[in-house]
Design a protein. Structure first.
Length: 704
């Protein structure tokens, strides 16, 4: 196996000719199959037109991708000359081409043709007329901060620190709406002085965000300042201004909502305008708005960032608001100095930041939460079939010295909380989790899943989740099961390197229950666990302690949980994680299918995935049928391999290569029964048919 810096690697396949591309840090891999054995040779990464982290060359007369993918054909200057989608084919004449592949790890193939490209239902073939040199370049989607800024908690120092966030942008063109062109902002570290490293050079955009020097004004503009490459400067009246004389005043009484609206507006219009550049594709959102907006798209693409911002803000927001992609994260933050250290990590997700001094406090109860009607009826069926027991020897809610807090629902995929207290319905964001992810070491072997069953009465869940994890033929898994671990055995298990831990048993605020006592995760000097599901009563505090010991993110419970419902939600979360959903998205879907959904929450980094999705974008398909007429609405969830701003093309022939922004719902798409069956056969994804939850692999034509 050859690698680049321990992250990217390639290896020859053992079961058939070809090579495998591997991102060992993000746990991503895919195959390029060939008719005969090949001998890959390294190629300098700077020899490729587009930036790559590693390059390899092979000699072959054909390459096959054994999974569906979109292909954009470019000329040697990077200009788009063709697009090949589902069940499409095209013959490229003699010439030099860059084949831009929408695979889990960003990949380009550079080749001299002619080339015959055929996109079948489950694969894509590239055929050459003779043995040909194919240069393959690939890059990790992983980014990390380029430097650390030391700052005090004083507002003016924070403003200067945030002004350096734009140094992580790789472009100020509309293409920066793609996640791969937005690098990770520099870290912030609280100290006694402000020191901005000299190597951080924000782009000269000429844009300033002028605000009163107070943290409740600074924090809500951090993502906007980053995305615009703007300087944040002190002023009495909040406004956005450019060096070309444009001024946009902000109402101090509605400051946060206006800053949020501007970020959403600029981002959406960038996504529309970028179709005039390297990715000249048919985008649903642009097609829907083109007649509504009288805009010169090509002129906008070539304007300076300041002029483009001025043009964007002249567009009324109401007509475009329904086409803004669902925002991945709304981060609620206490406007305290300590909050500042987490800002670069939520800005990396382009989060909306809202400040709050006094969040609403509530009492946790074993309630229904927001569930579907089918989930409630299924829960009643389960409770009548099996006596309800709790995953705790004490059915009283675990005491806590922190208040439980709750936020109003938002239209984002997830909510998070930066501050003291236990959030209900929102992720507990912890700076340690994000730091742990940056320090994550590249994996060298299979995806490791550890299942711990510390109560034999819960064998049913062990059997279900053991079957759920590792059932994908395209990924290597190592699943281990441990039963009735003693305190020292559990301590040893938690120290071992593990991609995901599924704990089944009892827990209290002060530790995991073992046959010979309790293990408090706070006594661990370190843990090798990356992610976890602690399916036990009141496991929140133990989850926090695992993060503090080195874990990245996990799903925990806030109070007592009913055992038969815990089995159901544990199995579903296992299946969703195995399919490639991030922790937060998996819990969001599972919560709607269980009356216990409100008792689970995420601690740490909810965007972490345990396995790569079988397609680039994890999705849930909602199907409505009416007398043999079918409409689907696809819910799309950004993930490590398809961050916020990527595009998604449903492999449905009648859509004719139409793309959607890959966050939130596509809206209703009318399909025939045959198209629907073919679409559901492509991969195993969660499905709701007329409100009833199932998996596409279980749906036959007779069920529709």
């Amino acid at each position: 196996m050859a690698d680049a810096g321990g992250i990217l690697a390639f290896d020859t396949l053992t079961d058939r000719p070809g090579i495998e591309i591997i991102d060992r840090l993000e746990q991503l891999r895919y195959q390029l199959q060939t008719p005969t054995e090949v001998t890959p040779e390294p190629v300098p990464s700077d020899s490729f037109f587009f930036p790559v982290g590693m390059g390899v060359s092979i000699e072959t007369d054909a390459v096959t991708l054994p999974n569906p993918a979109s292909v954009i054909v470019r000329d040697p200057d990077g200009d788009m000359v063709a697009e090949i989608e589902h069940l499409d084919s095209q013959r490229l004449p003699e010439g030099s081409y860059i084949l831009d592949l929408s695979t889990q790890i960003k990949t380009y193939m550079e080749v001299t043709g002619p080339v015959e490209i055929t996109a079948e239902i489950m694969s894509i073939q590239f055929e050459f007329t003779e043995q040909t040199t194919v240069n393959i370049g690939f890059r990790s989607r992983h980014t990390r901060p380029a430097a650390t800024i030391e700052t005090t908690g004083k507002p003016r120092d924070l403003m200067r620190a945030v002004s350096a966030f734009g140094s992580a942008l790789k472009s100020t063109s509309p293409e920066r709406s793609f996640p791969t062109l937005r690098g990770h902002p520099p870290r912030l570290e609280l100290g006694h002085t402000l020191e901005v490293p000299s190597q951080l050079n924000p782009p000269e955009t000429g844009i300033e965000i002028a605000i009163p020097p107070e943290r409740q004004y600074v924090y809500p503009v951090v993502s906007l300042a980053y995305y615009l490459g703007a300087r944040v400067v002190p002023a009495g009246q909040p406004q956005i201004r450019t060096d070309e004389g444009f001024v946009w005043r902000l109402d101090p009484t509605a400051f946060e909502s206006q800053a949020e609206r501007i970020l959403k507006q600029v981002f959406l219009l960038d996504c529309l305008v970028r179709t005039e550049g390297f990715y000249n594709v048919s985008l649903h959102e642009r097609q829907s708005l083109e007649s509504e907006l009288d805009l010169d798209w090509e002129a906008l693409y070539h304007q300076s960032i300041g002029r483009r911002l001025e043009s964007y803000l002249e567009v009324p927001f109401d007509p475009i608001s329904e086409f803004v992609p669902t925002w991945p994260l709304v981060a609620h933050a206490a406007p305290s100095p300590e909050t500042a250290e987490q800002l670069p990590f939520v800005v990396d997700d382009l989060a909306i930041v809202r400040t709050t001094d006094n969040p609403t406090t509530v009492e946790p109860t074993i309630g229904t939460g927001q569930t579907t009607e089918s989930a409630r009826s299924n829960a009643l069926r389960r409770s009548s079939a099996v006596p309800s027991t709790y995953r705790s020897h004490d059915t009283e809610d675990a005491p806590t010295d922190q208040p439980y807090i709750q936020f109003e629902p938002t239209d984002s995929l997830e909510q998070g909380w930066i501050g003291d207290g236990v959030p209900i319905g929102a992720n507990k964001l912890l700076v340690e989790a994000f730091e742990n992810r940056l320090d994550r070491e590249a994996g060298t072997g299979d995806i490791s899943i550890t299942i711990v069953l510390n109560d034999t009465r819960m064998d049913q869940e062990r059997d279900l989740v053991d079957a759920a994890y590792g059932d994908r033929s395209d990924l290597p898994f190592d699943v281990s099961v441990h039963r009735d671990l003693s305190v020292e055995q559990l301590r040893t298990t938690l120290r071992e390197e593990c991609d995901f831990l599924h704990y089944i048993g009892h827990a209290e605020q002060d530790g995991f229950e073992c046959p010979d006592g309790k293990l408090d995760a706070g006594t661990l000097d370190r843990t090798g666990v990356d992610a976890f599901l602690l399916n036990a009563c009141s496991s929140y505090h133990q989850g926090i302690k695992l993060i503090e010991a080195g874990a990245i993110g996990g799903i925990v419970t806030l109070a007592d949980i009913i055992s038969n419902e815990a089995v159901s939600i544990g199995e579903l979360i296992a299946k969703l994680l195995n399919t490639g959903f991030p922790l937060g998205a998996a819990l969001s879907i599972a919560s709607e299918e269980s009356i216990l959904g409100g008792q689970y929450t995420v601690v740490g980094d909810g965007g972490l995935t345990v396995t790569q999705p079988s397609s680039r974008t994890p999705n849930l398909v909602q199907i409505q049928s009416d007398n043999q007429a079918y409409a689907i609405d696809i819910s799309l969830f950004p993930a490590d391999s398809s961050g916020f701003g990527t595009i998604y093309a449903p492999l449905i022939e009648s859509l004719d290569s139409l793309y959607f922004l890959a966050s939130g719902n596509t809206g209703e798409i009318q399909v025939s029964k045959q198209e629907l069956c073919e679409f559901l056969d492509l991969e195993d994804v969660p499905v709701r048919i007329d409100g009833e939850f199932t998996w596409s692999s279980t749906v036959s034509a007779e069920d529709l």
